[in-house]
Design a protein around this ligand. Structure first.
Ligand code: GTP
Length: 405
């Protein structure tokens, strides 16, 4: 195919050499967005590092150690450097590693990352999409803060990183690296890297097409960082640093810590790559898993390409058939229930009828019995009246005879 394309040498100026400038101008006009997820124990220095990275004081309250669950704090900031505007979203864990049972500590982090992918996928699947105004909240990088124990990674670190390594670019950091000596730090770094490899945890791979970047970043991971929002006087200069009884640790001094390397790597060299990796690798994986779960596929059982339309029609038919089946089952169950109810009602009716007949018979017998007693009573009354009249006659006769005497 390549042979069929003619290669022409242009004579004169056409203007398409300005294409890169068009892109730059449009990007500056649109502004950039970058989303950072900071995962680490409470008080490990997440806020301080973000403030140091962006040389600001993004106000934030200290978290408590007594949350029963891990939560996430999401804050979005608009930053500007020269003409470039950056919409920065910082998501920080709250209460991470503070619970006695740490089993579910990583779940809110996993859920958050998935929810951002899902929101993007939903926008993508909409008929009327508005990507121009859409605030893409997919996590571009996860800064994982490792406690400066000097020993090894904790099981929670391994568990969390393992559950998110296929969803986000992980950059491991040794937090508060000023608390470890230089010798211990190198051993700690090697130990962490070997543990990550032996547990098959994928961390962010620096682009290998740029030789200087590779050289600059090789052997640095995990970055040993120190954060500070305080300015300290060193000689005649004011620098960001931490003041100790024995001297000053300068955050931006590469002999003191890896902060500058991290900042350069994150903001100067690889920000665009982190975003691309998020979109073209992690999001693609999520999208692929999700669509496969919904039954979509690119090839059929015969390895032939299947059109989206065909799968959609088949799925719709399958769904329709299932609905029909369920409706039929429901109707059948309903009819059965009606029949059962009808038969119980009939039984109850028969029972009531029998009871009524029985009561009716009993009542008739009682009426007959009472009628007989009434008749007997009337005859007795008549007899009584007759006896009474006869005795009155006799009494009257006796009285008349006595008066005559
Ligand atoms: P929560 O958001 O409350 O979980 O805390 P956090 O992880 O954001 O920690 P934060 O930045 O609030 O720092 C907690 C304490 O650690 C503060 O007193 C900081 O001054 C101190 N701190 C931060 N970074 C460093 C560091 O690099 N070295 C040392 N020694 N202390 C640090």
């Amino acid at each position: 195919q390549k042979e069929n394309i003619r290669c022409l040498t242009t004579i004169g100026h056409f203007g398409f050499e300005c294409l890169p400038y068009q892109l730059v101008n449009r990007s500056i006009h649109q502004g950039f967005s970058f989303n950072i997820l900071c995962v680490g124990e409470t008080g490990i220095g997440k806020s301080t590092l973000i403030n140091t990275l962006f040389n600001t004081n993004l106000k934030d309250k200290k978290s408590s150690h007594f949350y029963s669950n891990v939560g996430l704090k999401i804050q979005t900031y608009e930053l500007q450097e020269s003409k470039v505007q950056l919409k920065l979203t910082v998501v920080k864990t709250v209460g991470y590693g503070d619970q006695i049972n740490k089993e579910a500590s990583y779940q809110p982090v996993v859920d958050y990352i998935d929810a951002q992918f899902e929101a993007f996928l939903q926008e993508e699947l909409r008929i009327k999409r508005s990507f121009f105004e859409y605030h893409d909240t997919r996590v571009h990088v996860c800064l994982y803060f490792i406690s400066p124990t000097g020993h090894s990674l904790k099981s929670l670190d391994l568990l969390t990183m393992k559950s998110i390594d296929s969803k986000v670019n992980i950059i491991p950091l040794i937090a508060k690296a000023d608390t470890i000596s230089k010798n211990d730090l190198q051993k700690f770094k090697s130990k962490i890297m070997s543990e990550l490899i032996s547990n098959n945890i994928q961390i962010y791979q620096f682009p290998s097409d740029d030789e200087t970047t590779v050289q600059a970043n090789s052997g640095v991971l995990p970055f040993a960082v120190v954060g500070s929002i305080d300015e300290v006087k060193v000689g005649k200069r004011m620098v960001r640093g931490r003041h100790y009884p024995w001297g000053v640790l300068q955050v931006e001094n590469e002999n003191h810590c890896d902060f500058v390397k991290l900042r350069d790597m994150l903001l100067c060299t690889n920000m665009e790559d982190l975003k691309e990796q998020t979109h073209f690798y992690h999001y693609e994986c999520y999208r692929c898993r999700k669509l496969q779960k919904m039954g979509f596929t690119d090839v059929g059982p015969d390895n032939q390409p299947v059109s989206f339309q065909e799968i959609y029609e088949a799925k719709r038919q399958e769904f329709y058939d299932q609905c029909q089946r369920e409706e039929k089952q429901l109707k059948h169950r309903f009819m059965q229930r009606v029949k059962e109810k009808e038969s119980t009602l009939k039984d109850a009716e028969k029972e009531l009828q029998d009871k009524f007949e029985h009561l009716k018979r009993f009542q008739q017998e009682e009426i007959i019995k009472l009628e007989g007693e009434r008749r007997k009573l009337e005859e007795e009354i008549i007899d009584f009246c007759k006896t009474k009249a006869a005795s009155e006659n006799v009494q009257a006769q006796l009285c008349a005879n006595m008066r005559k005497d």
